[in-house]
Design a protein around this ligand. Structure first.
Ligand SMILES: [Zn+2]
Ligand SMILES: [Zn+2]
Length: 346
């Protein structure tokens, strides 16, 4: 029919229609990149626990319908006006750091990670649970050829968070570093800690995780169900750093006494309950409790390159985009081993 308008190109999207609502698989028009943006043909997107902010509407001001996803890997499909340094066909990723304003006080000081107006894919704009997405150019991460799409995706949130928190923790090769929790974050944290040259103690619950923790690179496994983990760490001299990955404030509180002098409890597992600690626990031995959030796209590139060279890889379960609801439920069940990743097909 020569008289009809050109068919609008559409794509498949897994969207959340409103706070707390179920996922919908819908056809949408393929989005156009504006100035300073690129369109990515998504090939894989990790399903992260922080997608709960979008799914349940816990993020202030979030607009619906919204497409979650901030562990995105794909190829540049179209470059918007004014974008330099990225070309069509290039392999890229987008992680939690989905854009910064460049003008706030932190950005003016070069601290883009803590931008006051940080944009997060899947929250501030539609993320990677779809076949195409648009992202600001400053959010792009170059992805090394040797990592597959599904391997690289989880490294853009779970990977960078553990890698960056550890490399900024002050722990040096040879130091005792404990990784609390052997899950989506922890199984990567153990691998990075081992490759950084630390003495690695994994702290988990139950005997069945011991073999896996050691396979991932832990020198010791402490079963906190049957052992006082803080005491066990003290017997080893006290931890320089405890990377707290499992979102249990109670478990984190119980570990503070496992820190050695100048020790840091590095908190990355996002829990809502208070961590309980007395001033005396912190004063004695000059201890610190610190949080850490993700990193910049350049930090993501460091993470990917380090993983590429060292062999650190996420353990994953994959689902097709159409099964986003099942994939999300699997992630929320806490039973996935360990990161859930959506694949987009052609
Ligand atoms: Zn995440
Ligand atoms: Zn800023």
């Amino acid at each position: 029919m020569a008289t009809t308008a050109a068919a609008v190109a559409t794509m498949k999207t897994a969207q959340v229609p409103g706070p707390g609502a179920e996922f919908q698989i819908v056809e949408r028009e393929i989005p156009e990149p504006g100035p300073g943006q690129v369109r990515i043909k998504v090939q894989a997107c990790g399903v992260c626990h922080s997608d709960v902010f979008t799914k349940e509407g816990w993020w202030p001001g979030i607009q619906y319908p919204r497409v979650p996803g901030h562990e995105v890997v794909g190829i540049v499909h179209k470059v918007g006006a004014g974008v330099s340094g990225w070309t069509k066909g290039q392999r890229v990723g987008v992680g939690w750091h989905g854009g910064h304003d460049g003008t706030c006080r932190e950005c003016r000081r070069g601290d883009f990670r803590n931008c006051r107006n940080l944009q997060v894919p899947g929250i501030s704009y539609d993320g990677g649970y779809q076949q195409y997405m648009v992202a600001p150019a400053e959010a792009l991460v170059a992805v090394p050829d040797s990592l597959t799409n599904v391997e690289a995706a989880p490294l853009l949130c779970a990977g960078i968070t553990t890698y960056n928190a550890l490399r900024h923790s002050g722990a040096l090769p040879g130091d005792l570093v404990a990784v609390q929790g052997i899950g989506g974050l922890g199984h990567l944290g153990i691998q990075f800690a081992q490759k950084f040259g630390y003495q690695v103690a994994a702290v988990g619950r139950g005997p069945e995780t011991a073999a896996l923790a050691k396979k991932l690179g832990a020198n010791w496994y402490i079963d906190s169900d049957t052992t006082d983990a803080a005491e066990a760490l003290q017997q080893m001299g006290g931890a320089r750093v405890i990377l707290a990955t499992a979102p249990s404030s109670q478990a984190m509180s119980a570990l503070v006494n496992g820190l050695g002098p100048n020790g840091i409890l590095m908190v990355i597992g996002a829990a809502a309950e208070p961590i309980e600690v007395t001033p005396v626990q912190l004063i004695s031995g000059s201890k610190t409790i610190q949080g850490w959030a993700s990193g910049t796209p350049a930090d993501s590139e460091d993470t990917l390159r380090f993983a590429e060279l060292s062999g650190v890889r996420p353990m994953i379960e994959t689902y097709p985009l159409e099964e986003a609801a099942q994939a999300y439920a699997r992630m929320m069940s806490g039973k996935a081993e360990f990161r859930v990743v959506l694949t987009m097909g052609e």
